[in-house]
Write a protein that binds this ligand. Structure first.
Ligand SMILES: C[S@@+](CC[C@H](N)C(=O)[O-])C[C@H]1O[C@@H](n2cnc3c(N)ncnc32)[C@H](O)[C@@H]1O
Length: 241
């Protein structure tokens, strides 16, 4: 995906940290309110540019951020210099230690098969201490997926970005949907256009809950409440080890 590769340094102009304040509050509420162990350490797998982490980090003693994309880690290091950053895939990373809370935000959408989803859940479980909790936040599950379009972007120093996000499902019978992005990148007065295609996983609530339970978590789905999201259209999975 170009966005996390060659275009990673443009990420803050696509998605700014301040846009995450309200949702990060919701994730924090579930992270701190679930599990019996005190919440001092947090690991996030698929932390990207670290936008959520920029809001979560002040509530934990130590935060570890894991992402496979070097360019995204570089963006996050600038925003979250006090956090530990590790390059790794959520399916295979083994840090050799456990954390009080584990967070997997929208990067979980890049698990495009049930086998991949299970591997990511196993990673979360292995890194979660007994009594700890994990929160998983897919952009969609099968029951609430709807085709959509969105647009946005920001102005920066000497450059600006605008994007169109077009989310559709070419084959409702399989386990994925497609997000096509068109980016307009303006620099030194010139605008170039890039197209990027992201293939994302789409699983039923029961499949999510089955995998979470089979791996060893006690799991439940909870509605995601946010002023910009229509009630009942998005949900999270909260899992306690
Ligand atoms: C939309 S960004 C995440 C942004 C993040 N939620 C934030 O708060 O800034 C999605 C991230 O998923 C990461 N990703 C894609 N496949 C992954 C995998 N297999 N394991 C871990 N992260 C992955 C990408 O590198 C990218 O940084």
């Amino acid at each position: 995906m170009k966005l996390y590769g060659d275009l990673a340094e443009w990420w803050p102009l696509l998605s700014a940290p301040e846009e995450y304040a309200e949702e990060a509050k919701v994730y924090l509420e579930h992270l701190l309110g679930s599990g019996t162990a005190p919440a001092a350490t947090l690991v996030e797998f698929g932390s990207g540019g670290g936008n959520n982490a920029s809001h979560l980090k002040t509530h934990f003693d130590r935060v570890t951020l894991v992402d496979p994309a070097a360019g995204m880690l570089a963006v996050s290091r600038k925003l979250n210099p006090g956090c530990e950053h590790v390059q790794g895939d959520m399916r295979t990373t083994r840090l050799g230690r456990q954390f009080d809370r584990v967070f997997l935000h929208d990067a979980i959408c890049y698990m495009t098969s049930l086998d991949d989803l299970r591997m990511a859940v196993e990673t979360a479980f292995l890194h979660c201490r007994p009594g700890g909790a994990a929160v998983f936040c897919p952009d969609a599950i099968r029951e609430n997926f709807r085709p959509s379009t969105d647009c946005g972007g920001h102005d920066g120093a000497g450059r600006a970005l605008r994007y169109l996000e077009w989310c559709w499902d070419p084959d409702p019978a399989d386990d994925t949907y497609t997000v096509d992005y068109v980016y307009a990148l303006r620099e030194d007065g010139a605008v170039r256009i890039e197209h990027d295609r992201h293939i994302e996983g789409l699983f039923a609530r029961a499949e999510w809950l089955r995998i979470l339970e089979e791996v060893g978590f006690q799991a439940r789905s909870v509605p995601f409440e946010h002023s910009e999201i229509e009630p009942g259209t998005l949900e999270l999975f909260v899992a306690v080890r």
